[in-house]
Design a protein around this ligand. Structure first.
Ligand code: BG6
Ligand code: MG
Length: 224
């Protein structure tokens, strides 16, 4: 039986995935590393410090900086990212998502968030949807980030539901792996090259209706 829906934030609810990319590009450029959008796919869903490690490794520069310098670089990225967030308004909610959130709540399902971002509370406030979640996983409080299942499992625990009772939505490869590992029904949104391991694939958030998600779950699990 479906009891809850758990959503990723960046790239699913709002297009902050692009702000993260812009901020990393600027940060990387300051140390003479060029980032392209193909490489950026490997950063989606990945924590701030691990993202920096991946960027440095991609250029063979992982041993060029001390832990303190890495922390400073990550802080600079985050400060620029936060300056981009100042432009966020409810208009930045991706197409179809507001309706989906409303339908989930109206139908009596629980609603959870599983984002790796420590800026998630700020983003939700700027989008004016911070009050509607029943449980938000805290990235400060998990041992392993995505692709490990920890954030999704913590969100389910906060909602008081079992993983098999959850439908979870992600735009990143690391996120789909995390959902599958958690034992939830996975929904991938966006370029299918990155989310092909999902139980149900959609090419844009517009296709994420409550009806289509329940139907997809039933095709795999049988009628509720
Ligand atoms: C994820 C993003 O949601 O959060 C990643 O997809 C980002 O790109 C991660 O690195 C951590 O975000 P923050 O805001 O804590 O730096
Ligand atoms: Mg995402």
């Amino acid at each position: 039986m479906i009891k809850a829906f758990i959503l990723d934030l960046d790239g699913v609810i709002t297009d902050t995935a692009d702000f993260h990319f812009q901020a990393w590009k600027k940060c990387a450029a300051s140390i003479n590393i060029t980032l392209d959008s193909t490489f950026n796919e490997q950063l989606k869903g990945i924590s701030r410090l691990e993202s920096l490690e991946r960027i440095l490794r991609s250029a063979g520069r992982q041993d060029d900086f001390t832990a303190i310098e890495k922390e400073q670089l990550a802080n600079e990225k985050n400060n620029f990212y936060k300056s981009l967030l100042l432009q966020l308004t409810p208009d930045y909610i991706l197409p179809g998502i507001r309706q989906l959130l409303t339908d989930i709540k109206d139908a009596g399902y629980k609603l959870g968030l599983a984002s790796a971002s420590k800026n998630a509370p700020t983003v939700l406030r700027a989008l004016e949807i911070d009050g509607i979640f029943d449980g938000i996983a805290d990235p400060n409080n998990v041992t392993n980030g995505k692709p490990a299942p920890d954030l999704f499992l913590q969100a389910a625990a906060k909602l008081g539901v079992r993983p098999v009772e959850c439908i979870a939505i992600e735009d990143a490869k690391s996120g789909i792996e995390a959902i599958n590992e958690a034992g939830m029904f996975s929904v991938g949104v966006g370029d299918r090259a990155f989310v092909q391991e999902a139980d149900f694939l959609t090419s844009s958030t517009n296709e994420l209706s409550l009806h289509s998600l329940i139907k997809a779950w039933q095709r795999k699990n049988g009628p509720e």
